[in-house]
Design a protein around this ligand. Sequence first.
Ligand SMILES: [Fe+2]
Ligand SMILES: [Fe+2]
Length: 366
Amino acid sequence: MKKPTKPRLNADKFYKMRQDGYTNKQIAQRYNVSVSGVRGGVSEYRKWRKWVQRDNQEPELNAIETKLPKFKQAIKPVVIRRLTYNDNNADGFWSRYKALKKSKRWVKIFFPFDKHIPFHDPDAVALDAEIIKSIGADIIIHGSDIFDFPTISRHEPDYELQQSPSFDDCYERIQSAYKEDTDRLIEAGNYPLMPFIFGNHDLRFNEMALSGRTPKTLLRLFTDLIKHEGRVHYLGNTQELLLDSLFIRHDGGAGQNVAKSMTTKDHTVHHVAGHTHRPDGYTHKAIRFTSHAMVVGCRCDLVPHYETNRGKYTSNWTQSLGMAILDTDTDAVQFTNFMYYRDETHIYAIDGTTRYSVPLSFTGVI
Ligand SMILES: [Fe+2]
Ligand SMILES: [Fe+2]
């Protein structure tokens, strides 16, 4: 290997600061040099170091480091930007998604939307994990009304729920269920990518904090909960995600046929949505592109908590689990919406000749 040119003044320090996570701009400010000077120095030092290490020139490296004159100018303090509630790990998601597409042409994506913790149905959630485990998942879209936050609704709070819109109450009720649910999905999917999108219910917490009803700093705690120690990719305050030709969002709109209205509004992509708790599907054949749409069902209690004492309620809500197999080469997509049924002993879903089932955790009145 040819001996590279000796690095410029302070290049070793630039390099070390870059390793420590400082940006070129911050280093440039600290040493009062230009950003391109920092970049050049880092690159020179990297080459030099490589050469030293490969050709076993350790003494040379030490020599250059000790020979560098001491920096005399007063050092400006470097202020690292404080994290805010909206800090996200979206970059990590996109680079991993890119890597996934390089290794796989067909990407399997699951949509276990509308759990409404703490009003989730444990049997439906168990069946989600069973299906995901059998098929395998590359990506699980997390969130999309994963929480309910009934006491902090903009609508009139439910009389029968003790109304205490404090952070502690909200947080304590959701956090253990969220962690348990996330871990179960990670294990079932064998460590899939898990981007998080907000549903309108999840956003109630943000709205409460931003309206001043609870300290904004608590949003940070909520965001940290969502991230689940980095295992969930927090994409920011978004209810949407576009994965190549697949447009995923929490709310596809209201109406009789949500899937149809999604494709007719935009037939250049495929659509997936939750929110209405009523599974639906539609295919729109446009001139150049056939656009598919799927609305997935919920996994919350089919008889809502606020109706249990009233006796007459018949829910239109339906439980189902959505799956998409996305062909990242051709933009084609194959949707499957696993409808959930029950008999006396089990909750199950049938896909072709395969039956997925888990025993009911309780039988009788649902
Ligand atoms: Fe929902
Ligand atoms: Fe919703």
